[in-house]
Design a binder for this molecule. Structure first.
Ligand code: CDP
Ligand code: CDP
Length: 224
């Protein structure tokens, strides 16, 4: 690919995908694409419009008529839908609890994965999600499957919430992560799976810089 490699990072909820993908992208001067934010953005708009999660027709209209955009900042990315900034709003509990249902819909996956393919066409991109290595970018030069134990992932989310001043119980977070992993792995269309040629990285006892280093080494091996 003319601008560099395609790097796919998949894995279950809270494995560290977006944190690590962002850092790896900036290290190689690659674009970063958070595909989860795209599914969250559509879910946000569906909820905002009071559309029922089983109203496939109305949800299809939403996904086909919405414009999702990203704007890089010093500390990450701002997310917009139809010009409205939704960076914080898409992380709220209501979106998190409905996103797996919306992302299981065929029309939603078809539209968003086509957009993702287009964005990655020239390479030089780190894309994180659930089906990037398996479906969106099957020819990606680097495919990483990031995992960590449920306890560790819930603990990470818990600490992140504490930092943000949000009060949640560790048990509730653990259950929420289990539920979402189950739904994402068992849906009919492009479920969360490790691609055959993906490299699994278990980050349960790894700090962020160590994970970034591990993935960077894999990328360097593929560049040379
Ligand atoms: O960051 P977190 O692990 O909470 O999830 P995310 O990456 O923001 O993704 C939110 C949800 O979007 C997932 O639970 C999936 O239901 C869906 N998703 C998907 O279906 N396919 C992707 N490539 C990325 C996300
Ligand atoms: O994108 P995904 O849902 O996979 O995870 P994330 O939002 O990047 O990471 C979830 C939380 O775990 C964040 O607060 C990260 O700072 C933290 N994290 C960590 O403590 N150690 C790692 N090796 C990776 C992430």
């Amino acid at each position: 690919h003319k601008n560099g490699l395609q790097v796919a990072i998949d894995g279950p909820a809270s494995a560290g995908k977006s944190t690590v993908a962002k850092l790896v992208a900036s290290r190689f001067n690659y674009i970063y694409c958070d595909t989860g934010a795209m599914y969250r953005a559509i879910t946000y708009k569906v909820l905002k419009n009071g559309i029922a999660l089983d109203d496939i027709e109305a949800i299809t209209k939403i996904v086909d008529s919405s414009q999702i955009t990203f704007e890089p900042t010093a500390h990450g990315q701002k997310v917009f839908i139809d010009g409205e900034e939704i960076t914080e709003a898409i992380r709220q509990e209501d979106v998190t609890n409905s996103v797996s249902a919306v992302s299981a819909i065929q029309s939603v996956r078809t539209k968003l994965s086509a957009d993702q393919k287009q964005l990655a066409a020239n390479g030089g991109i780190v894309m994180d999600g659930r089906d990037i290595g398996s479906t969106v970018l099957p020819n990606a030069e680097v495919k990483i499957f990031l995992i960590a134990s449920v306890d560790e992932r819930a603990d990470r989310r818990y600490k992140e919430n504490v930092r943000k001043g949000i009060n949640t119980s560790l048990e509730v977070l653990k259950q929420e992560i289990r539920d979402r992993d189950y739904k994402d792995s068992h849906r009919e269309i492009s479920p969360l799976t490790k691609a055959d040629d993906a490299i699994e990285v278990d980050t349960t006892s790894m700090a962020i810089p160590e994970v970034v280093e591990t993935i960077s080494k894999i990328i360097l091996k593929n560049i040379n």
